[in-house]
Ligand binder design. Structure first.
Ligand code: ADP
Length: 903
């Protein structure tokens, strides 16, 4: 985003004659980069400004210093000139005097007189001495030995140097360093025959300083001593340096080593010595300095001048600091301003984001919003409100009541509502109104009102939210209708339906039938579900204990994840299903229980109980009848076999009669021994026993008894059955062959009933053979008993194969139906009973015809007999036995079996 700076610079770039490439470069930069450059530019400008000021101040300062230096140089040179002139003039006068002495024109007195005049005229000359060699004769300078002695011939004024010279050279050892300079000059003047200045010297640190001039004397061409003039350096300074020079500069006369001999003793500032470039510029210690040699005095005397500290430096540095401060302040303000701008931009961006977020929210909201001012004028409507009513924003904003979306017939009512709204009398739950769309259609809406508060906390009107509740109303009505239907169906059910949470004492739902049977409490639900869990009849004594068990079971279930229970409930095999007898109602109920997730998410158990008392009674009756039928069938069988049995009984009876008659006649003829009699009686008794056995077996077979299962060996079962059936077979000239597999396991069966099945099948087989009039070799029945496997379960299979006429076509499909027979005196209930007996033992029965291969000239293969077989499982399924108390209703034959029958 462009900040004001960036905008400004963009504008400047357009206006200013900036090269095209720079402009292009600027345009290529990303906005945030432009923003940064724009922010940096003022800072750079301030830096430039600051540098320019520093450079300008420095430049001026250097200029000024140079000017000062120039002035100083001129002034110093002028002063030096004056000093030099003065020294030269004095030297000239003294040279003249020395000339007169050399010409021996002056006596000592005259000399003294002249010297006095000179000292008087020239105050800088403090002493004037005439020094001659002690010998009185002039010696050549070349052979002047160190041991040569001098004396002071005459002197005027102060003359420490002349004194020292007079003691020369003995004084040399004790002479001070400065005096040695004088001695050197003396030697120089004597050798060169020229005036020589000695190095200036100080008597003491603060004492006066002296400059000695030696003028050689040539007396008759020989060295005749010197004229020594002693200048006071202070006087020389005072009379040579003009006042205005010494007022402007700290001037002084110094020795070559820099020692101040006369004049101002201004110490040299430290900064000047370090001569730091910037500080010199800034004028802290930029005083100009100049020194020149005073030429006739040789290298020993230096005129030194230094400008006094000017206020210029201070002013310059103040200006500098002012500019520095202003620059820093400007930079700081720029940065602060930039940061402030950035914060403002951020705030602006956040505000924009917030605004667009709110707008998006407002537009996406299905709730219509409308703002009213205190007079009831619409000041704002959102998009949803316009979409809802069909009126545009322009049409609605500014509208006064009655509003265009008020239906014609409810103006008064809505005006009253609006009044309530404006008075703040609308409750928080809102109110329902009817709204008219622009196209005239109506819809129901619910409105909520809240006060509209501005930023100052003042209420400026009311904000109303409006929701179209036509659809929710319709859904609610539909839901209510479906609920009605649902409850009507459930209430009208002739089964009791109840739902209770696991482990909870409340009843979540109970239909009318439940309430009729058990009232409003959940006791009935608990009783039904617990008994269903135990799958048996209830007794009041065991109810409490079972209730506890049930609670335990519930607790166990409560620990399980709900999903596993619900999964189990989806599996029909897992849903509990039991028939129980409820004592209090004296009803048999079929109870189904399922787990389900209740509407509030809790795990609950639903119990559906259907009254099955009539069916149960019918089943009991049917069972009783079946039992009676079985007994009747056995009687009928016996009846049918009566003639055979009578014939069978006749034999032992006839034998008994024969034995008795024989014994009577032999006893009467007294021809019998006791031994024979006992033998005959024994035989008689055995025959009677045999008859008794037959009668006993018949009685046992036909005796009606409760069905009971015992473990019974398959072979033994067959023996018993054959004993009875064999009588009939033998009568009909039918042979029975049997193949009984070894080691057959025991069967849990009711032996009388299985015997009955076997007798029935053998009897039917014999009858079929008789009816088919088979020749003697074919009059045969095969009985096979073997172990087999059905669906992986071990079973014992019984197979009866005959050579009869086979099952008649009209009997196909009705073979096991009662009263279907092809025999003249037949009842047609034998096979029906056989099947129900076999199936009550969880076995299965089947029948099939046996065929020959197709004969020449005939299309269909010939029936040569039939085979009836049935199997019994070794162990009946305990589960089914335990959980269901239904009667032994035979299941209908499977399609496979039907096929076999039809084969
Ligand atoms: P009933 O023997 O009194 O007729 P069943 O129920 O024993 O009653 O037999 C029904 C019918 O089944 C018989 O009438 C007969 O037609 C047929 N049936 C039964 N066993 C055989 C068999 N071994 N061979 C041919 N048909 C048979």
């Amino acid at each position: 985003m462009f900040t004001p700076f960036a905008k400004l610079y963009a504008g400047l770039l357009r206006v200013l004659p900036i090269p095209q490439r720079l402009r292009e470069w600027w345009n290529r930069q990303a906005p945030h980069r432009q923003d940064r450059y724009a922010m940096l530019a003022p800072l750079v400008a301030v830096l430039f400004f600051f540098t320019a000021i520093v450079v300008a101040v420095g430049y001026l300062r250097i200029e000024e210093m140079e000017r000062e230096q120039e002035a100083l140089r001129r002034d110093v040179e002028y002063a030096q000139q004056r000093l030099r002139l003065r020294l030269l003039e004095r030297q000239e006068d003294l040279t003249r005097l020395a000339q007169q002495i050399s010409n021996q024109e002056l006596s000592t007195t005259q000399f003294r007189h002249r010297a006095e005049v000179i000292l008087h005229l020239y105050p800088e000359i403090q002493g004037l001495s005439w020094v001659t060699p002690v010998s009185g004769r002039a010696s050549s300078p070349s052979n002047a030995a160190p041991g040569e002695r001098f004396r002071l011939r005459a002197s005027q004024g102060y003359s420490p140097a002349a004194q020292a010279l007079a003691n020369y050279p003995s004084a040399t050892a004790s002479a001070s360093a400065s005096l040695t300079g004088s001695l050197d000059a003396f030697a120089q003047a004597r050798e060169l025959h020229q005036p020589a200045y000695a190095r200036p010297w100080l008597m003491s640190a603060d004492g006066p300083s002296w400059l000695n001039l030696f003028l050689p004397l040539q007396i008759q061409g020989r060295f005749g001593g010197v004229l020594l003039a002693e200048y006071s350096v202070d006087a020389l300074y005072d009379y040579s340096i003009s006042a205005d020079v010494s007022a402007r500069y700290a001037t002084s006369l110094r020795s070559a080593s820099g020692q101040v001999l006369a004049g101002s003793r201004v110490p040299r500032p430290k900064a000047a010595t370090s001569s730091n470039g910037l500080t010199a510029w800034l004028g802290w210690a930029g005083q100009a300095e100049q020194q020149v040699l005073v030429s006739p005095a040789g290298t020993g005397l230096v005129l030194h001048a230094q400008a006094y500290r000017a206020s210029q430096g201070l002013i310059g540095s103040s200006l500098f600091w002012l500019v520095t401060m202003l620059s820093v302040m400007t930079a700081w303000m720029l940065i602060a301003n930039w940061r402030h701008t950035r914060r403002r931009v951020q705030a602006q961006r956040a505000l924009l984001l917030e605004t667009s977020f709110r707008r998006a929210m407002e537009n996406s909201m299905p709730t219509g919003m409308r703002a009213l001012d205190p007079q009831g004028r619409i000041t704002y409507v959102n998009a949803a409100f316009c979409a809802m009513t069909g009126w545009s924003e322009q049409e609605l904003v500014g509208a006064m009541p009655p509003f265009p979306f008020w239906p014609e017939d409810s103006h008064e009512l809505l005006a009253a509502r609006l009044e309530d709204e404006l008075q703040g009398r609308i409750t928080s739950s809102g109110l329902q109104v009817r709204i008219q769309r622009k196209d005239g259609s109506l819809f129901d809406a619910r409105i909520h009102v809240s006060p509209l508060i501005d930023a100052n906390g003042q209420q400026t009107g009311w904000m109303t939210s409006m929701t179209d509740i036509t659809e929710p109303n319709r859904v609610r009505e539909q839901l209510y209708a479906s609920y009605e239907r649902f409850t009507t169906v459930l209430e009208a059910l002739d089964a009791s339906v109840s739902v209770a949470p696991l482990g909870g004492g409340e009843l979540l739902f109970a239909n009318k039938m439940y309430r009729q049977w058990f009232g409003d409490q959940n006791l009935g639900h608990v009783q039904l579900s617990s008994q269903a869990g135990h799958g048996g009849m209830d007794t009041p004594a065991g109810a409490a204990a079972r209730d506890r068990d049930n609670q335990d079971a519930v607790d166990d279930l409560a620990g399980l994840p709900a999903s596993s229970l619900l999964d189990a409930a989806d599996d029909p095999a897992e849903a509990e299903n039991a028939e129980i007898h409820v004592e209090t109602l004296d009803k048999w109920l079929e109870v189904r229980t399922r787990y389900l997730t209740w509407v509030d998410g809790r795990l609950a158990q639903m119990v559906i109980a259907t009254d099955i008392t009539p069916r149960r009674r019918a089943e009991e009756q049917a069972a009783a009848q079946a039992e009676r039928a079985q007994t009747a069938n056995r009687l009928i069988t016996m009846g049918e076999m009566a003639s055979s049995i009578a014939h069978e009984l006749n034999q032992p009876l006839a034998a008994i009669t024969n034995y008795c008659n024989g014994m009577i006649s032999r006893i009467q003829a007294r021809q019998i021994t006791e031994e024979d009699l006992l033998g005959a009686l024994d035989k008689t008794s055995r025959q009677a026993q045999r008859a008794g056995q037959i009668i006993q077996r018949i009685r046992a077979f036909v005796k009606r008894s409760e069905p009971k299962r015992v473990a019974f060996e398959a072979g033994a079962l067959v023996d018993e059955a054959i004993e009875l059936a064999d009588i009939e077979l033998r009568r009909n000239n039918v042979r029975l062959t049997r193949q009984i597999a070894d080691g057959l396991p025991n069967l849990m069966v009711d032996p009388i009933l299985i015997e009955q099945v076997l007798i029935n099948l053998l009897k039917n087989a014999a009858e079929a053979i008789v009816q088919a009039r088979r020749p003697l070799p074919q009059r045969r029945i095969d009985l096979q008993i073997q172990a087999a496997e059905v669906d992986g379960r071990p079973v014992v299979e019984f197979v009866v194969t005959d050579r009869g006429h086979g099952i008649a076509p009209e009997m196909m499909g009705h073979l096991y139906e009662a009263f279907h027979t092809t025999k003249a005196g037949g009842m047609g209930i034998g096979l029906s009973l056989c099947r129900s007996i076999v199936e009550s033992h969880q076995g299965r029965m089947r029948a099939e015809n046996l065929y020959n291969g197709p004969q020449a000239g005939t299309e269909a293969p010939e029936v040569v007999g039939c085979r009836f077989s049935f199997w019994l499982p070794l162990e009946p399924e305990p589960a089914r036995e335990a959980t269901t108390t239904r009667g032994d209703k035979p299941p209908s034959p499977s399609p496979q079996e039907d096929d076999r029958i039809r084969t």
